[in-house]
Design a protein around this ligand. Structure first.
Ligand code: AN7
Length: 404
């Protein structure tokens, strides 16, 4: 096996593939890859493979030949001169994860996670989700021919995501509670053998999500940016990015770490609060609320991993209000033509805020990971985009209206 699964807290090795936490201490699990086959190799060697998640197969713990793939990854890294100028940053880039097959970064983790489910012989997969995880899992489960159960917080999942989960044929269960409660239930369902859990506490999911960081560095010819900025909800993605960077450094492909910036919505900010207090552990937020429903999570399962990622890279956590998120979303769309959902716009809003406070300086190279597509949440877009101009079916009436 080219990897080991170990407890993040106590270091115990775990060999039972169906476990999603440590049988000794209950801690999160973590995959440790054996990178020795990559020793002596360089970026050039892996660049022979096409762009996308599976270019980085030697860093991934499942066999590429058996991968359940929808050709995920290979997303654009945009140089944003106009937005950079507005924010006062010389080199600002956006990694646009909305270009993935189901419209979010979750596909990177899901190709690996669902491949693992098939390898283990599981027949039914499941997750709790604020929306994107369920959309992605439903699609990959369909591709793999697996049953799929998704638990969603009632009334709080953006329309596009709900449509996707239903469309791909998952059993969609609307839970009268929030994401944190739904996650508790699905973890118990997994423990009792009803399904294989594919939330990001499954340590194979972050392995696939590492590839967003590999791609960013690949697209920058391994020139390390000063910071990578991303939204934090259940907190696995920032850990995945951190893990990828440590692996690149271990191989000597990069010589320093970018600083990681975790952005939370102020109504849903346990990681930000812990960071402000200098703590490595966090207190859950009881009633999380934000327009960025994707990150409406009060008790982030991977919160301790996220804090480690931030502290170890000399990074920061920042909170942004719903107004700042919507302003960032609009500014990105109307300056760069890039449409992202509110949670993703949190990274733009976070950069705005940190630039204004002076934490980020003008000459830094900043990469924002924008995690999901604009069309995931059409209701919020329509609500915040001004009015439709109505007209009689008459050219003179139209001329009058557009001249206003
Ligand atoms: C667009 O789908 O948690 O910090 O259940 O959809 O790794 O949780 C989504 C999270 C950021 C936060 N941006 O990532 C889910 C879910 C978007 C997201 C996040 C999510 P994590």
């Amino acid at each position: 096996m080219p990897y080991k699964v170990k407890c993040f807290e106590c270091g115990r090795e775990v060999t039972d593939g169906l476990l999603d936490s440590c049988p000794t201490c209950g801690g999160l699990l973590n995959v440790e890859m054996d990178l020795s086959p990559l020793k002596g190799k360089t970026l050039k060697d892996i660049r022979k493979a096409p762009m996308g998640v599976w270019r980085y197969a030697p860093f991934l713990p499942v066999d590429q030949k058996k991968a359940v793939s929808l050709l995920e990854g290979g997303t654009p890294l945009y140089r944003c001169l106009g937005l950079g100028e507005k924010l006062g940053i010389k080199d600002l880039r956006v990694k646009y994860e909305g270009a993935n097959p189901t419209g979010s970064f979750k596909d990177r983790g899901m190709t690996v996670g669902v491949s693992r489910a098939v390898e283990l012989g599981c027949k039914v997969v499941g997750c709790a989700s604020t929306g994107n995880t369920s959309a992605s899992l439903a699609a990959y489960a369909a591709k793999a021919g697996l049953g799929c159960v998704v638990l969603l917080p009632s009334g709080k999942v953006a329309l596009g995501k709900l449509a996707q989960a239903m469309f791909y044929g998952a059993k969609v269960v609307s839970i009268d509670g929030n994401f944190d409660e739904a996650l508790d239930i699905v973890r118990r369902l997994a423990k009792e053998g009803h399904l294989y859990l594919l939330n990001s506490i499954n340590p194979f999911r972050p392995e696939g999500q590492k590839t967003v960081a590999f791609e960013i560095l690949d697209q920058l010819d391994m020139q390390v940016p000063d910071r990578i900025v991303l939204p934090v909800g259940n907190a696995a993605n920032i850990w995945a990015v951190y893990k990828a960077l440590t692996e690149l450094r271990e191989l000597g492909w990069i010589d320093r770490m970018p600083r990681l910036v975790g952005v939370q919505a102020s109504g849903s900010n346990p990681i930000f609060r812990a960071f402000e207090e200098g703590k490595r552990d966090f207190q859950p937020v009881d009633h999380p609320e934000t327009v960025a429903t994707a990150i409406r999570i009060g008790n982030p399962a991977s919160g301790r991993k996220a804090l480690k990622a931030i502290y170890d890279t000399d990074g920061v956590a920042v909170e942004v209000t719903d107004e700042e998120i919507i302003a960032g979303q609009k500014l990105l769309g109307r300056t760069e033509g890039i449409g992202v959902e509110p949670a993703s716009a949190a990274s733009i809003a976070g950069v705005m805020k940190l630039r204004q406070s002076g934490e980020i300086s003008a000459d830094e190279r900043i990469v924002c990971i924008c995690t999901g597509n604009l069309l995931k949440d059409p209701d919020t877009v329509i609500k915040n985009s001004g009015e439709i101009l109505r007209s009689k079916a008459d050219i003179d009436a139209v001329i009058k209206i557009i001249a206003r």
